[in-house]
Design a protein around this ligand. Sequence first.
Ligand SMILES: Cc1cc2nc3c(=O)[nH]c(=O)nc-3n(C[C@H](O)[C@H](O)[C@H](O)COP(=O)(O)OP(=O)(O)OC[C@H]3O[C@@H](n4cnc5c(N)ncnc54)[C@H](O)[C@@H]3O)c2cc1C
Length: 414
Amino acid sequence: MSSESPRILIVGAGLGGLTLAQVLRKYSIPFTIYERDASPQSRLGWSLTLSTIISPLLAAVPQEDKPPLSDIAVTHTFGKTGSEGMILMNAYTGKVFAKDVTKPGGHLRVSRAALRDWLSIGVDIQWDKRVVEWNTTEDGGVEVVLSDGTRERGSALVGADGVQSHIRSSLLAKAGITTNPLSWLPYKLYACARDLPPAKYKPIYEVNPTAVGSFGDNLLFFGVINRAAPDLSTAEYLWFTSWPDLGAGGRPDFMERQHSKSFEEMMAEVKEKVKDTVEPLRGLVFDTSKENGEEIVPIFLRQVKLDAIPEGPVTLLGDAAHAMSIFKGEGGNHAMLSGIELGELIGKAYSVASLPAGTPPPLPALFKEYEAKMLARTRVAIESSAKATEWMHASIGEWETRDVAALADRGRST
Ligand SMILES: Cc1cc2nc3c(=O)[nH]c(=O)nc-3n(C[C@H](O)[C@H](O)[C@H](O)COP(=O)(O)OP(=O)(O)OC[C@H]3O[C@@H](n4cnc5c(N)ncnc54)[C@H](O)[C@@H]3O)c2cc1C
C-alpha cells in the first residue's frame, strides 16, 4: 500500500460494519474492525429478508472466496432457495389474504448468523474488543480506547455499533448537540426462538416454507423459520407478536419495564392476545416453555433520525445512523448499502490504482459526501417503515376490506 493509505477503524461487526470491511478489503485499504461480542457464537440472531441489497451486495463484495449467497438461505437445507414468498392470513380464521408475497427488488430469506459468517470471510475481526472512548488526534486522525485499556490509532472512525451506538452519542455530545435522534414507536413486541422436532415444525412449514404471517385485531402474529439442522431433525422457529401500546410505548422507562418482566408475565400478555388465533401458529406460542430453555424477548421499535453528522474524521453507518422500524424489513438492507457506499467512496479515492491520479480528498470531505446521500436515502425509508408499521396493525375489519394480494403485486412491480 502507498504511504498515503488511510487506516479505517470500524466499531461493530454487524451487517453494516462487515459490509464496509469487505469493500475496503477489495480495495486493499487497511482497516481494523472491533466487535464487543466474544465470538461469532455470542449472538446467533434470527432470520431476515434480503431484498434491494442483493444486487449491490453481489456487485460490491468479493465473491471468489465465498459460497453462493443462496447457500445461506433459511430453506437451503430443505433443498429450496429462500426466495419463497410468505403467506399472509387472517389470524382468527386462517383465510388467506395473499400467497407468495415477496419483496420488490429481490427476495432472499437468510439466517442472520449465516449472513454474518458469510460477510466475515476474509475479514480479521477483533472479537471481544469493546470501544469505550475515542478522541481526535493532533494529526487529524482518531484514537480509540478499548475496554481492556489499550489504545489504537487510525485515520478515521466509523461507528457501525447499532441502534444504541456509543459512537453516535459521544459524537453528538462532543459537538454540543443535545437533541436525541433516537425515538420509540409505541408498539409492544415479543419474540421467542424455539427448536422444534419435525412433528411440530412440519405443520407450519407446510403452510409456508419461510414465513407464515397473520393479522388480527390490531395484532400481528408471525411464525418464521430461522434455520434447520442439516438432517432436518429439528428446525428453529421464531414466533413474534406485536400490537400498538399507545400509552406505554413512548414512555422513557418503557424498555426498563419490559426488560424487568418475568417469562410468565410476558407469556400471559401474549397468550391473551393470541388465544383466538388459528393453528398451527397458536400452538407455536402456547407450547412455549421455560423448562425447555426457551426465552421470550421484548423487542423495541426504535428509529434514529439524524439531520446531519458533525464534520470530522468520524462517521456513522447502519442502525447507528438510521435505525428504522423492522416491519418493512429494510434496516439491514440499508445498513449494508451504507457500508457499500462508504467503502466504494474511500476505496475509489485511496486505492493504489487511484492515488497516481492526484491527491485524494481528505476523509472528512468524503464522509460529507457519503452522509448527504445516506441521510437522504434513509430518511425516506425510516418514514415509510413507520407508516408500514401502522398499516400492519390495522383492525381486523380493515384487513378484511383490503385487497392484500393486489397490494403485494403492486409492491413487486414497483
Ligand atoms: C426481529 C427483527 C427482524 C428484522 N428483520 C429484518 C429484515 O427482514 N430485513 C432487514 O433488512 N432488516 C431487518 N431487521 C433490522 C436489521 O437487523 C438491522 O437494521 C441491522 O442488523 C443493522 O445492522 P448494523 O450493522 O447497523 O447493526 P447491528 O447488526 O446491531 O450490529 C452492531 C454491532 O456492533 C457491536 N457493538 C456495539 N457497540 C460496540 C462497541 N462499543 N464496541 C464494539 N462493538 C460494538 C454489536 O455487538 C453488534 O455486533 C430486523 C431487526 C429485528 C430486531
